[in-house]
Design a protein around this ligand. Structure first.
Ligand code: ADP
Ligand code: MG
Length: 415
């Protein structure tokens, strides 16, 4: 046990113990290693860089993709430490005088964590500034954004390594909840951390029940019935298109279900008020595109329904993973027809060839998961390069009801 770490954990965050392999991760980073962390959502990745940042000399640079995520984290750290200057962010939402304040706090050595978006990191002005300050280490959060095989590719993430080399190379910790071997390889290669110490937690979510149902013309009725059989429970329904989101939300409302839509085509105010209504349980159900979810931490989502099969198993895992964050029941129900995947493949045809190739491969993996008659949990974990040590998980459709084989018949499909 690392007494210094335990004392610091108690002092800065008030926690009595570490979760999973947090302690080993932090010790390794404090020892000056490059560290690569694969840990499911909710596992406690942020603490792996926040605590070392507070303990080390200099400022830690935290690269994070979304302004909203940065703001949440900075607020949380400030709350714990009761001092605003301890954590700052630099991004396009700040005006000139706010930027000057951030820089003067950093120069005075008062700031232990600086959150930056990759776009800000690539700005010449910021590069020049960062060259002048002592940096403890770099953290790359949501590191799967580097990889086209991940679910949220951001080209600017690929510029991180060269820019860091220009500023001042220091130890680096990269963190992600995306654990496919391909993504892992891409991240390590692109960040130049092939010698990093790798810490991978299990991605099994025991409390989640997985089911794939054939998508028929009765899908809306089935969904309404399901929700009515689960009164008062919170759930997310994911649809592929904005139009379907609107239609389904309306259909649920007509059927006396408290539901609201959410997609990126809605104006910002409506979007955030719908999100708040869901988080504060004014409605039970949010019908959404995948625009809904990243960074949203509602612990008691009891079901996630996929109206359409996601484009990748990675997306499926992330989206279903929003159920049962509190460890309680979480039902993940997906409606599947091979026709939907064919439609997605068609949509890809205008894209560059390399992108099409990746997209097609991801669809094939998704299809084989959906059509499999073996344990869903085992297939899903296998996809993440993890061996599931049991034959029967007792918590998926195929294990509970082994004979049922999901096969969408074309003539049953609702297109
Ligand atoms: P991730 O980034 O892996 O999805 P977070 O860093 O957001 O997860 O952490 C999830 C939750 O777990 C947060 O509410 C955090 O405060 C809490 N947490 C993290 N580490 C600990 C710990 N050692 N003890 C208690 N709670 C923790
Ligand atoms: Mg996180």
């Amino acid at each position: 046990m690392n007494q210094r770490l335990h004392d610091a954990l108690k002092e800065h965050f008030g926690f009595d113990s570490f979760k999973g392999n947090q302690e080993a991760i932090m010790s390794s980073l404090l020892d000056g290693n490059d560290v690569f962390v694969l840990m499911p959502t909710g596992g406690g990745k942020s603490l792996c860089y926040q605590l070392p940042a507070l303990m080390m000399d200099g400022t830690a640079i935290i690269i994070s993709p979304l302004i909203a995520l940065m703001k949440n984290q900075v607020d949380a750290i400030r709350h714990f430490s009761e001092a605003d200057h301890v954590a700052h962010f630099l991004n396009s939402s700040l005006n000139r005088s706010a930027i000057d304040q951030v820089k003067s706090d950093i120069t005075a050595g008062r700031t232990k964590l600086l959150y930056v978006a990759p776009e800000s990191l690539t700005k010449e002005e910021n590069i020049e500034f960062l060259k002048t300050i002592p940096i403890s280490f770099y953290a790359v959060d949501e590191a799967h954004c580097i990889s086209e095989w991940g679910h949220d590719f951001r080209p600017e993430y690929r510029r991180i390594r060269p820019i860091i080399n220009e500023i001042n190379p220091r130890p680096m910790i990269a963190l992600t909840a995306t654990a496919t071997p391909k993504v892992q390889h891409d991240i390590q290669k692109n960040l130049g951390m092939t010698n990093a110490k790798v810490f991978k937690s299990s991605f099994n979510r025991e409390n989640l029940y997985y089911e794939v149902k054939p998508k028929t013309q009765n899908i809306d009725k089935e969904i309404i019935k399901y929700i009515k059989n689960n009164p008062g429970k919170s759930g997310i329904i994911y649809c592929l298109s904005r139009k379907k989101v609107e239609e389904l939300a309306e259909m649920l409302v007509v059927n006396d279900i408290k539901a609201l839509p959410y997609h990126a085509g809605m104006d910002g105010a409506t979007r955030s008020s719908n999100q708040d209504a869901f988080l504060m349980e004014k409605v039970d159900v949010i019908v959404a595109t995948i625009a809904f979810g990243m960074g949203i931490d509602k612990p008691d989502v009891r079901f996630v329904i996929h109206y359409d099969m996601p484009k990748s198993l990675e997306g499926y895992y992330q989206e279903t993973g929003r159920a049962g964050r509190d460890g309680g029941e979480g039902q993940c129900i997906t409606f599947y027809t091979a026709k939907d995947l064919q439609k997605m493949e068609k949509f890809m045809q205008g894209k560059p060839l390399a992108e099409q190739e990746i997209g097609r491969q991801l669809l094939i993996e998704t299809q084989s998961y959906a059509e499999a008659s073996s344990c869903r949990r085992r297939s899903l974990l296998f996809y993440f390069g993890e061996e599931y040590g049991h034959d029967n998980c007792q918590n998926c459709d195929n294990c509970i009801n082994p004979k049922k084989k999901v096969e969408a018949k074309d003539d049953l499909c609702a297109v």
